[in-house]
Design a binder for this molecule. Structure first.
Ligand SMILES: [Fe+2]
Length: 378
């Protein structure tokens, strides 16, 4: 046995915790850059947070240009904004995209000479880089980014979508208030909750699963499979939403210290090329990949299947399909604009950005089999 586990995070969880966001950020800096998208203004959360900061006498700056599948160019612009406005900490507000963008901005604000695309493709190269402290306030329950040091970014020129990761990017504090999730539209809720379920299944099925991460992955998988349909039927079901929100955050630490496998590995080329919603890409691919993989780690796929209501490894993929049907997430890549001609690029890009995830899958696919998986998901 051989593993490393280092995920220190300060998690403030519960309804009402959003009333204390200003106090939390004031512990980590004097002038925050609020990194967000457009929806936090619409829901009133941005105004609420601004009120808290003003009541504490804190100055702040708002950077609200983060879009779905956050871009390296947005990160560079945000970092420049942080530097020019004299911000000394980051308040990440919103879904997975502002969480991830905030990490890139926190890093690049302290390292203006660095090339974000180079770091994305090659890592820190053994160097110790600094980053501004981050306080994360998620408004979706899927990414888990608030509890780890990973940021997934997309390069608009190369279409590469890949993670940067380092413990320096772990938020100093995460304020996770389930009531903030209630503003999600149904199509967002189904996509993010399935993303969280994939994080739990993949981190468990990964060969890097270890004695610290495995119990978290299994507990979160059990919780998500128990409540995912209920919460998608009624987002105001407090028991279900609280349970799903906590599981989606906790499993963020588990997959960071274990790994994700082929569904996430093969999804990134999809959302990199066509700006597809991450959870929808996972929905199209996961049953197909599980069907191709389940005999290579049969005992674990059997456990996943049973947690989803099935019998053994042979019906695991079918259980995932049935669950997707119940939450209205039947997705085919052809409906998302993909066609046969895209497959060579997708296969090439999968090996370029997701080699480690392909190698961590219980069945290590070659080029032909990956092309076949994309074809079957059409
Ligand atoms: Fe994900």
């Amino acid at each position: 046995m051989d593993f490393e586990y280092c995920v220190p995070f300060d998690l403030k969880f519960g309804r009402g915790k959003a009333d204390h966001i200003g106090e939390e950020i004031s512990r980590h800096g004097r002038r925050p850059l609020i990194v967000t998208g457009k929806s936090s203004a619409k829901t009133g959360l941005l105004e609420k947070v601004e009120g808290q900061l003003e009541a504490l006498g804190m100055e702040y700056h708002v950077f609200d240009k983060v879009s779905k599948n956050p871009l390296t160019t947005t990160v560079e612009e945000g970092a420049e904004t942080a530097r020019s406005s004299g911000c000394d900490c980051i308040l990440a507000l919103g879904g997975g995209s502002p969480m991830d963008a905030s990490k890139g901005i926190a890093l690049m604000a302290c390292n203006p000479g660095e090339d974000i695309h180079g770091i994305m493709m090659d890592g820190f190269g053994g160097r110790r880089l600094t980053a501004l402290p981050i306080v994360a306030v998620p408004t979706t329950c899927g990414t888990g980014s608030e509890c780890n040091g990973t940021a997934i970014l997309s390069d608009p020129v190369t279409k590469d979508k890949k993670g940067i990761r380092d413990n320096v990017l772990i938020p100093r504090c995460s304020v996770v208030d389930p009531s903030l999730m209630e503003t999600m539209p149904p199509e967002t809720l189904s996509a993010v909750t399935f993303d969280a379920l994939c994080h739990s299944m993949e981190s468990y099925l990964s060969p890097r699963s270890n004695p610290v991460t495995e119990p978290t992955s299994l507990t979160c998988m059990a919780t998500l499979s128990k409540y995912i349909v209920r919460v998608n039927d009624d987002i105001y079901d407090e028991e279900a939403l609280d349970a799903v929100t906590l599981a989606s955050s906790l499993v963020g630490s588990a997959f960071y210290a274990s790994s994700l496998i082929a569904p996430h590995g093969l999804e990134h080329p999809l959302s990199g090329l066509r700006d597809m919603v991450h959870g929808r890409g996972l929905a199209a691919l996961t049953p197909v990949i599980f069907r191709h993989s389940c005999m290579c780690s049969a005992p674990k796929f059997s456990i996943v299947s049973k947690l989803l209501g099935g019998n053994d490894e042979t019906d695991c993929a079918r259980q995932v399909e049935m669950l997707l049907g119940r939450i209205g997430l039947d997705v085919y890549l052809s409906d998302e604009g993909f066609c046969e001609d895209d497959i060579p690029w997708l296969v090439d890009n999968a090996f370029r950005v997701s080699k480690a995830r392909i190698e961590d899958n219980p069945k290590v696919f070659g080029r032909e089999e990956i092309a076949e998986i994309y074809r079957e998901a059409m």
